[in-house]
Write a protein that binds this ligand. Structure first.
Ligand code: PMP
Ligand code: GLN
Length: 398
């Protein structure tokens, strides 16, 4: 039976339809499955193999025991919305009304999905920086929008501000930013953010800012988009408990946005998931109120893991970028004559038992050649896991 519908556009936009027309699972799911079935070390999918703050985990267990097991309010429980507003004030100096300008979502994934589906009409343009997180192209495809990808090249993987600004025009409905960035670890400089905000204002575009790695910056201070003059009224800021508290399986994310934009997103969100994760919400509320030292320690521990994996990859012969934040680094296989990362990823699984992800999974089909030598490695892993990967990589011969 042939099944009509936008699903195929979604899968095509994400590059998930193979030569035989078969729709593949996402590269993250495929690589994690390969890692599990082959006993390989999974430096592919970005999830930590360690737990976050014990008090946050205990609060969720307590909430279940205390009966927080039925539908919570659609916008999220008041305690979490208040904690998100307090967090935005404390870390970014931003004021948001917990009742009208904060929305809890099923992870950042749903926040991105509901924002794109709420705002993008067929034919509207959505500007992204390439490489980009995989769900962006898929959702723009689902909405029938046109993806406009502005390249960011090695070594810093920052887009040229001028090119980004030129890409924003009257047909642009959304500028979808991500800083710190997955997969490159780049953080957009304040002057680029300012230029984007000015261009978005000129062309009446909405900025959707994916800031899930906001607390995992190690080389620069994260600037939340709404702190940029002129941005607040036209931006949807997205974050998630997943990375900040090492709970990617909880799927608790949130949006802060002015009420008219938030209501638009809520109109869609309430039919995607209705509500989400009752017992996790008080736990995340508690986490958001933990002292600065907890947030700082998570970022510095991650930076140490980054350094560890960088040393391992450089010793194995790769050239490695220096990410500003997030879970990932980019390794260039050119010095090892590995100029095609899809092949390189296969060799790494076969000969080293280490899983990484080709950066071509994060770009439009026309740009695959430009990003062919790059592999994304996740360093949000325990020291002993990184050390075992290092030993395997040291013995790796392409
Ligand atoms: N955006 C980016 C850039 C991500 O890396 C991820 C998860 N890895 C998400 C969104 C999704 O976050 P969540 O798990 O909260 O849905
Ligand atoms: N965001 C994680 C990554 O980039 C994976 C999340 C997912 O598989 N959707 O690896």
């Amino acid at each position: 039976m042939s099944v009509p519908g936008p699903w195929l556009r979604t899968a095509r936009a994400a590059g998930l339809v193979d030569a035989d027309g078969i729709v593949q699972a996402t590269v993250f799911a495929r690589m994690s499955a390969i890692a599990a079935s082959r006993g390989a070390i999974n430096l592919g999918q970005g999830f930590p193999d360690y737990d976050g703050p014990a008090e946050v985990l205990a609060a969720a267990a307590r909430a279940i025991a205390d009966g927080a097991n039925q539908y919570p309010p659609g916008r999220g429980i008041p305690a979490l919305r208040r904690a998100i507003a307090a967090h935005q004030r404390r870390f970014h100096g931003l004021e948001w009304d917990a009742d009208t300008e904060v929305l809890v979502t099923a992870g950042a994934t749903e926040a991105i999905a509901a924002s794109v589906l709420a705002l993008v009409e067929p034919g509207d343009e959505v500007v992204v920086v390439e490489p980009f997180y995989d769900s962006y192209a898929a959702l723009v495809g689902l909405a029938g929008g046109q993806l406009v990808a502005v390249p960011a090249s090695a070594p810093d993987f920052l887009p040229e501000a001028g090119r980004l600004v030129d890409a924003i025009r009257d047909r642009t409905r959304v500028v979808l930013l991500n800083s710190p960035h997955n997969p490159t670890g780049a953080m957009l400089p304040a002057e680029t953010l300012r230029a984007v905000v000015d261009a978005a204002a000129r062309h009446d575009a909405v900025i959707v800012s994916d800031e899930v790695y906001e607390h995992l910056g190690f080389r620069a201070e994260h600037v939340s988009i709404a702190a940029v003059p002129g941005a607040r009224e036209r931006s949807i800021t997205i974050s998630s408990a997943a990375k900040t508290f090492s709970v990617t399986g909880w799927k608790v994310g949130w949006i802060t946005a002015p009420a008219p934009l938030l209501d638009a997103v809520l109109a869609v969100k309430q039919f995607l998931t209705y509500v989400n994760g009752a017992p996790f919400q008080p736990a995340v509320a508690l986490g958001l109120g933990l002292p600065d030292a907890v947030f700082d320690a998570a970022a510095s521990a991650l930076d140490a893991r980054r350094a560890r994996l960088t040393t391992a990859l450089e010793s194995a012969g790769f050239t490695v970028n220096r990410p500003h934040g997030g879970y990932f680094l980019i390794a260039d296989g050119t010095p090892l004559e590995l100029t095609d990362a899809v092949t390189a990823a296969e060799l790494l699984v076969d000969r080293a038992g280490v899983v990484a992800i080709p950066v071509t999974a994060f770009v439009t089909p026309g740009s695959r050649a430009a990003y062919a030598p790059y592999l994304r490695f996740a360093f949000c892993k325990r020291d002993e896991v990184i050390d075992e990967a290092a030993a395997r990589l040291a013995a790796f011969r392409p």
